[in-house]
Ligand binder design. Sequence first.
Ligand SMILES: C[S@@+](CC[C@H](N)C(=O)[O-])C[C@H]1O[C@@H](n2cnc3c(N)ncnc32)[C@H](O)[C@@H]1O
Length: 226
Amino acid sequence: MLVAMDDHGSHADHHDHDHDADPDYFEPAGWEERYAGDGSVWSGDPNAQLVAEASRLTPGTALDVGCGEGGDVIWLARQGWRVTGADFSANGLARAARHAQEAGVADRTDWWQVDAREFDAAGRSFDLVTTHFLHPPDAGMVGVVRRLAPAVAPGGHLLVVGHAPSDHVTQLTESHRRAMFVAEDLLPGLPEGFEAVVVEQRPRTTVRDGRSMDVDDSTLLARRRS
Ligand SMILES: C[S@@+](CC[C@H](N)C(=O)[O-])C[C@H]1O[C@@H](n2cnc3c(N)ncnc32)[C@H](O)[C@@H]1O
């Protein structure tokens, strides 16, 4: 069975992207198109590893990079965080802002159109920087970690979650497989002053096409000491 790169259990599982036929899958144009129509791409539920880790933290300021339709942003805002949702898709951000409005948390959220591959914190810092299932191709996630780290305030945390390579994804192209990672792969992107708190693949059961399947969330949680 094929696991779509964007299948992450807590979200809608009805999107069968033909990755081999979609070279724009990881580029803004592909995501603008995906978010252009009516109807949600994702369930709106928060991601499991975000709930597991952020629930242990004291709410402060947060940045969610690749926020999509805002499910994680809204959950964080409801927990008392002040959240910036960032994504390179204007359509995605517009949906996220609408969902935050409908959820009654618009006053705790703001939005930032950025490409994570060129991210520059521009002097802003956050108590939590989080990103789920971004998957820039060709091992680009190490560079993204390197760029996101300076946005973490001293004493704050960086949480990065993605799909671990698995037998389920053998039908994907080589570049899609290279976009997947295990948490250890990301460690070279952590600058001095960070300590890794969680570096592991966390099993999760998801339902796809009505069938239950096991996947692993590659999970890196790092704390900035100084
Ligand atoms: C698989 S979706 C995950 C959405 C959200 N994090 C979630 O878990 O529901 C990936 C999201 O990241 C965004 N994205 C992908 N590559 C990006 C990049 N290089 N910079 C910023 N956003 C990106 C896409 O527009 C999309 O909204």
